[in-house]
Ligand binder design. Structure first.
Ligand code: SF4
Ligand code: SF4
Length: 92
């Protein structure tokens, strides 16, 4: 579908322009947030690959931390972590 067609049908869900997720603060979207257990984390970075947002940051020790400003609380990282080092916890 062309951009012009999308503009003519504003009820169609689309983000224009693409690759702008770093500009959005998604803090208010979450009911749950991911927390990593650094003792369990092996640094495989699978969570980083699967996260749909720029919300997982690689640390110098090849482990991870979260940028909660961009995390929308989808829980994909918890599901994909092979050693169950990530838990989704309720926002307070
Ligand atoms: S909960 Fe979703 S958006 Fe947040 S860090 Fe995990 S995969 Fe990324
Ligand atoms: S997927 Fe799990 S073990 Fe791998 S880097 Fe992420 S938190 Fe660490």
């Amino acid at each position: 579908m062309k951009v012009k067609e999308l503009e003519e049908h504003p009820t169609f869900a689309a983000v224009l322009p693409p690759a702008t997720s770093e500009e959005y603060d998604t803090t208010g979207w979450r009911a749950f947030k991911p927390v990593v257990d650094k003792e369990k984390c092996t640094g495989c970075l699978i969570c980083w690959v699967y996260c749909p947002e720029p919300a997982i940051i690689r640390t110098p020790d090849r482990k991870i931390e979260f940028d909660y400003k961009h995390c929308k609380g989808c829980g994909i990282c918890e599901v994909e972590c092979p050693v169950k080092a990530i838990k989704m916890v309720k926002e307070v």
